[in-house]
Design a protein around this ligand. Structure first.
Ligand SMILES: C[S@@+](CC[C@H](N)C(=O)[O-])C[C@H]1O[C@@H](n2cnc3c(N)ncnc32)[C@H](O)[C@@H]1O
Length: 277
């Protein structure tokens, strides 16, 4: 049975407002790896990419200039609806589909990405699908980020306290048993023991991604978590108390309750694993 934790429309619209997209340096690392083994077309692009578990297009839109055609797939119709609302590119389309059964031809794909989602997949079936879809020389790239930001005690005490607040919220949801395991531990290990499908491979960690939140979008980030949504569906009252407590702590740290006017600069850590067929 697939794990489906991103299904509601509210969740998908919060997700689009608050989730980080991978930084340019990560996309460049994928393009360099692809370039080192795959000739581009005369127009300078490659024929096809598929972004699996695409969410609302956090990665799909970032690779738009490198491919003639890109398909984003996700098991959640609500996520795909948000992705379609944002899509203004003729070479990008989105479809509801499972990672383990993607509606594309054998050996038709030059790049297959899975961003912040591999830990939710049935890996054995997914790897069969990766191997079926990739053209010879094609690249599989799995990446993600640690859910709480990097602590920065010396740079900026306020940012450090806000980063700590997210980490504490994450741990509180963990103590309530609301994070899906072992998926989340696997993510936070940076997929350490993941066996990549091909020998020609590369791992990069410590990719820094700066994100600026308003006080409101900071709260949105926390309410976009699957564990928070599980709490909200089990007990809306407890979810309200959980988020009110965080908002009160934010007022103390930021010295204001005008959350729309503040800017909170945080750094997330991304990691990237790539393998070439
Ligand atoms: C944390 S979100 C990541 C979304 C986006 N790629 C990003 O980087 O923010 C995980 C996504 O994976 C999707 N997902 C989970 N299991 C899936 C599966 N078996 N097949 C396709 N999508 C799946 C969820 O619906 C969700 O949109």
């Amino acid at each position: 049975m697939p794990i489906q934790l991103f299904e509601s429309e509210d969740h998908a619209s919060t997700y689009v407002r608050a989730r980080p997209s991978p930084p340019a340096s990560l996309i460049n690392a994928i393009v360099d790896f692809l370039d080192s083994g795959n000739l581009r077309n005369e127009n300078g692009s490659w024929p096809k990419a598929v972004d699996v578990g695409a969410g609302s297009g956090q990665t799909t839109f970032l690779i738009k200039d490198y491919f003639d055609e890109i398909l984003g797939v996700d098991i959640s119709a609500a996520q795909i609806a948000e992705a379609n609302k944002r899509n203004k590119y003729p070479n990008i389309s989105f479809k509801v589909a499972r990672a383990e059964s993607i509606p594309l031809e054998d050996k038709s794909v030059n790049l297959l990405t899975a961003s912040q989602c591999l830990h939710w997949f049935d890996l054995t079936s997914f790897y069969e699908e990766v191997d079926r879809l990739l053209a010879p020389g094609g690249v599989f790239a799995a990446f993600g980020y640690i859910c709480y930001p990097i602590r920065s005690p010396n740079d900026c005490p306020v940012a450090d306290k806000m980063a700590q607040l997210i980490e504490k919220a994450f741990n509180n949801l963990e103590d309530m048993g609301l994070w899906e395991q072992p998926a989340m531990n696997f993510l936070h290990s940076k997929y350490e023991n993941l066996k990549l499908p091909y020998r020609d491979s590369k791992r990069i960690t410590n990719i820094i991604c700066p994100v600026t939140y308003s006080g409101e979008s900071f709260l949105d980030y926390i309410t976009s978590w699957s564990a928070y949504n599980t709490l909200a569906s089990k007990s809306p009252e407890k979810a309200d108390i959980f988020i009110e407590d965080i908002a009160n702590r934010m007022k103390d740290i930021l010295g204001t309750c005008d959350f729309g006017s503040v800017q909170i600069k945080l750094n997330f850590e991304f990691f990237l694993l790539m393998a070439r067929k």
